[in-house]
Design a protein around this ligand. Sequence first.
Ligand SMILES: [Zn+2]
Length: 241
Amino acid sequence: MTASNKLESLVTLQKALTLVKSIRDEIEKAPARIQAVEDDKAARKAALEKERETHRDHQKKLKTAELDLGKAEEDIQKKQVQIHSIKTNKEYTAMEHEIAALKTKIKTCEDTILTLMEEVEQETRHLKLREQEILGEIKELDAKSAELSRTLEQKKTELVQAETAAQEARNNVHNTLIGTFDKLYARNRGKAVVPVFGNSCSHCNVSVTLQTLAQLQDGWDIIRCEGCSCILYMDKTEEAV
Ligand SMILES: [Zn+2]
């Protein structure tokens, strides 16, 4: 196995492991993403329910005000009849006060009813629109959630394939290098073998000597960066650019 073949197998393994990691990351994030959509749905439903509750509350208040008004009107009629059969001035004055109080109450009830009727009417119209709007939003969120679940399943399949590919790539690595590779890969968070860009290591930016560059170009041996200890290679595509 030549040095360049060894390097190539390391690069392949690193790429395969990077892919495995990125798929795993996606899979890990998926439940939270799905949950966020579900939370969003629940929040929209709750907001609509709150508006419905306010509407029901106003309807109830309107009903109560209407009953109060009816009762006050009945009372005032009775008292207006009763006042004719009153004997003393004191009772008469008291009854007049009661009638005046009832008139005030009727006025208040009528005002309340007018205000509430307007509110209830507006809310009814508004709620119809909101219900349609939220229904549409929930439909979209359902589709989003289903899409996320589908993607998750797809990623699980991709992970199995990527893990198999990574195992195959590992089997192709020369056994004298695998230990070094694993140590570097773990220590440098996924970077064990890195290309040289220009005249420096693309991982730590430490310059590479001309001699090292020449050795790399010749595919002479496995060479480690003096800065980060990563295994260096010449990226042929970068070189062409
Ligand atoms: Zn370096």
